[in-house]
Ligand binder design. Structure first.
Ligand code: GCO
Length: 442
């Protein structure tokens, strides 16, 4: 079992305009007035670009066997395609070598939302060339790092960068597209995934590849067969209004080689290429694991006809600092539901919580809420494993506090506290707890 921790390039690196890096849509989006809390930006963030050695040393103290991070596409390809930036390549080479020095397996996410601005100017995911651009970027990654990196995730949470970035517009690139355009973007993302997997397999035959979906599982309130069935149906249902948040839409083509089987799907498929099923030959590639990001779930009972009915969270239920409900059985149910449908080994690629962390008089960060959260959620993982669900990895979100997208720096998800004024790193109590937890299993 892999025990790791996750980050993403734009959220931690900083050095947004240094060493020949091109602009990403997040660099540009953060310049808009009133889109990010306190007008925060990722320009400096944790300054991981300069402090990576210190950070990886901390990672080795944490005792993780793997570290999941993403590559900033415009850092290595300033225009998204074409000329490679040697300083960008150099940064990731150093980072990877440093990880290997401590025996930490790098797990690279190809795309965690910092899309090259130059390509966005040409339409971004709407452009029919976008999957070729992504394939080219993948080739550059594979050729430069594939001798040492063997574990890849093509996309992180397509739901979110399409849903928030292109539908509601409160994430970069801040677009509010029509249904027709959203369908085109989404289809290009699915195609990009398929082309990237093929390229990785061709250039790194011994690599392991997965794809990570955002999930909010439907949790049955009773463990009766009927309630479980209803929760399963609910979780994988296709809704024509929120289809781009749908697990089935984003996961069925990739993990199962089918498009969602639902009458409502025709409302969306009318916007896809006529012969859209033929494209499954590209989209559906054998994968080594199914990546799941999960923070919480929703509870469901059944009505007289056996249909799922949402049960609101109790007013006593705990909430994280960002307001998300704490539902410790979420990991048990999400892994069960996803495994039943896709039958692939599962890696939980993100799980964690935001707390109101402060440095106490003794200089420590006593985040007992986070310890309790991780403890409870990990019990769900243990339970699922004991019932035969093939969970092969777990990564906390996040290794360190970082830029939480439109929420700026106000919420802290890290095991490591960052003092954004001085750059100081402090191991929180949860860091020490997770270290002990991992130690028990290794
Ligand atoms: C996501 C992203 C992360 C977030 C984390 C907390 O899941 O939205 O992958 O970048 O920071 O999930 O919201």
């Amino acid at each position: 079992m892999i025990y790791g921790t996750s980050t993403a390039s734009y959220q931690i690196e900083g050095a947004a305009f240094e060493d020949g890096k091109g602009l990403s849509v997040w660099d540009v989006f953060c310049e808009r007035p009133n889109v990010i809390k306190n007008s925060d930006t990722g320009n400096v963030s944790c300054d991981h670009y300069h402090k990576y050695k210190e950070d990886i040393k901390l990672l080795s103290e944490l005792g993780v066997t793997s570290y999941r991070f993403s590559i900033s596409w415009p850092r290595i390809l300033p225009n998204g395609i074409g000329e490679v930036n040697p300083k960008g390549i150099n940064f990731y080479n150093n980072l990877i070598n440093e990880l290997l020095k401590y025996n930490i397996e790098p797990c690279v996410t190809l795309f965690h939302w910092d899309y090259p601005y130059e390509l966005d100017k040409q339409g971004g995911w709407l452009n029919d060339k976008s999957s070729d651009w992504f394939e080219y970027y993948t080739e550059v990654v594979a050729k430069n790092f594939g001798d040492r990196v063997k574990m890849f995730i093509t996309f992180n949470e397509p739901q979110v960068f399409i849903g928030h970035g292109h539908a509601t517009g409160h994430h970069a690139p801040g677009k509010r597209l029509s249904m027709r355009e959203l369908a085109a973007c989404s289809f290009n993302v699915l195609l990009s995934h398929g082309k990237a997997v093929k390229k990785l397999r061709e250039l790194i035959p011994d690599c392991k590849v997965g794809y990570t979906s955002a999930t909010t599982p439907a949790i049955p309130v009773n463990s009766t067969e009927k309630n479980i069935d209803a929760a399963y149906k609910e979780f994988f249902s296709f809704n024509k209004y929120y289809w781009f948040w749908n697990t089935a839409w984003w996961c069925d083509p990739v993990f199962k080689g089918t498009f969602p089987e639902s009458a409502e799907f025709s409302e969306i498929s009318k916007f896809l290429p006529k012969n859209y099923n033929d494209y499954l030959k590209i989209i559906y590639q054998p994968l080594d694991f199914c990546g799941i990001n999960c923070y919480n779930g929703n509870y469901y009972d059944i009505d007289k006809n056996g249909n799922a009915v949402c049960v609101p969270h109790s007013s006593n239920a705990s909430k994280t600092a960002i307001g998300w409900p704490v539902t410790p059985d979420a990991l048990y149910w999400v892994t069960k539901l996803m495994y039943e449908r896709y039958k692939l080994p599962i890696i939980i690629t993100e799980n964690g919580m935001a707390c109101h962390d402060t440095v106490s008089l003794d200089g420590c960060v006593h985040d007992f809420d986070r310890i309790d959260f991780l403890n409870r959620y990990l019990l769900g993982v243990e339970k699922a494993k004991s019932e035969g669900i093939d969970i092969i990895g777990y990564y906390t979100w996040s290794f360190m506090d970082n830029f939480e997208w439109e929420e700026g720096y106000q919420y802290r998800f890290g095991l490591t506290y960052i003092n954004y004024e001085t750059g100081e790193r402090i191991k929180k109590d949860s860091f020490l707890w997770y270290k002990k937890y991992i130690n028990k299993y290794i």
